[in-house]
Design a protein around this ligand. Structure first.
Ligand SMILES: *Cc1c(COP(=O)(O)O)cnc(C)c1O
Length: 404
């Protein structure tokens, strides 16, 4: 049929623009759910894996690939590693993929006991119900780690997060990885709090790195997303890719495109997050209402030496303990005017959380405390605003607590 003979509806429906010579200066969003083949032979060779190419949006998309490749380059930069990566719909879906691909049913995962709350729940409520055993442990105790791996050949992966919630404790990634390597156990690192700008997980020995890109990597608080990166191309290209495709774990093209803009300013943002958090941690440490400040950049932090060894700087997350517990926490929060109350982190704006009177209000005190969430604990994701505005808000609120 000649083009001139197409009907009105056909012209309205057909894609007739030739985009092959358009060189967009910034990354375009490919929203197409499928990709066309030149001819039948090409289709067959792409489908059968003989030729690289895009087929269907759940299997691969040029916008996602461009952003995944950018983050992979940043994670490997200067380390000689070039991991393979896939963007996922959330940090949680990246974690799920990393664990189920590394730990077969009947095998075990050894996880750090203090993790992001969602990760702990995923391990307890989902992973443990799918024929995989979850063992929580303190990965700072390296002798115990070695004993566990030596005595139990069914442990296929060690899962860790550093720095971690809520006390910003740090695990020695290189030490854990070198022990795990002896027993052929895969190390999975959640690098969300540090980002590849401050901590290079692969250079330190991790096999898989995951991020919630919702947090610092995007930084603007306008997407939910994640990424899984792995240094073994065989494992990533077969088992992980297959599972990713079949579970439909991919990020949306729009969110990936938004993330690309966030990453452009990652280095600048992280420097400022660090500047502001360092300054705030020192001011808090000096305040008479504060019992203890948890910031890995402070020499008083129990894991300062580990942090110094593996991080370029100490990121923007901190927490502190008020001497007068719940009452002081409530009073302080009622005096906050500038910082936002939002249950996320890693955004350009400063976010403040008093878990005992909000997110963990209904969690019994003994369980809460076991999670490190004491009555007087306040967590701050220090933003990149003018430091004087941040200090003025928080220190003024603490002065009111003291005056009471
Ligand atoms: C937020 C977060 C996650 C989960 O990521 P989502 O994008 O919310 O699914 C995992 N780990 C850490 C450390 C986080 O902060």
């Amino acid at each position: 049929m000649k083009k001139a003979q197409y009907g009105f509806e056909s012209f309205a429906i057909k894609e007739t623009a030739d985009l092959s010579n358009i060189h967009s200066h910034s990354l375009p969003i490919f929203t197409s759910s499928a990709f066309e083949f030149e001819n039948l032979d090409e289709g067959i060779s792409i489908f059968s894996g003989q030729k690289e190419g895009y087929v269907y949006g759940r299997y691969g998309n040029p916008t996602l690939d461009a952003v995944a490749e950018k983050i992979a380059t940043l994670e490997g930069l200067g380390t000689g590693e070039h991991p393979k990566a896939f963007l996922t719909s959330s940090g949680m879906s990246a974690i799920y993929l990393a664990i189920i691909c590394s730990v077969d049913p009947g095998k075990k995962v050894l996880a750090q006991y203090n993790l992001y709350g969602g990760t702990t729940e995923l391990l307890q409520k989902v992973i443990a119900n799918q024929g995989r055993e979850v063992i929580f442990t303190d990965l700072k105790n390296l002798d115990r780690l070695e004993d566990s791996l030596k005595s139990d050949g069914d442990i296929s992966a060690v899962y860790l997060e550093t720095p971690s919630n809520p006390d910003l404790s740090c695990v020695d990634i290189a030490a854990v990885s070198s022990i795990a390597k002896k027993y052929d156990t895969r190390v999975i690192l959640d690098n969300t709090f540090a980002t590849p700008y401050l901590q290079k997980g692969f250079a330190l020995g991790a096999d898989l790195v995951i991020h919630s890109t919702t947090k610092y990597l995007n930084g603007n608080g306008n997407i939910i997303g994640g990424i899984i990166l792995g240094k073994d191309p065989e494992f990533m290209g077969t088992k992980v890719k297959e599972t990713y495709k079949l579970l439909g774990s991919m990020a949306s093209p729009f969110d990936s495109w938004v993330l690309n803009f966030g990453i452009k300013t990652l280095a600048l943002r992280m420097e400022k997050h660090c500047d502001n958090a360092e300054r705030l941690s020192l001011e808090l440490q000096r305040h008479p209402t504060v019992r203890k400040v948890n910031y890995p950049g402070l020499e008083s932090h129990p894991d300062h030496q580990i942090a110094k060894k593996q991080m370029a700087r100490f990121s923007g997350m901190l927490s502190f303990e008020l001497k007068d517990g719940l009452e002081a926490g409530r009073k302080m929060m009622s005096e906050i005017r500038f910082c936002s109350f939002a249950p996320t982190l890693g955004n350009v704006d400063t976010l403040i959380l008093h878990p005992a009177s909000s997110s963990h209000l209904r969690v019994p005190r003994d369980i809460r405390e076991h999670m490190g969430i004491t009555d007087g604990l306040v967590r701050i994701s220090v933003g990149i605003e003018t430091i004087d505005d941040i200090l003025d808000d928080i220190i003024t609120a603490l002065d009111k607590v003291q005056a009471k």
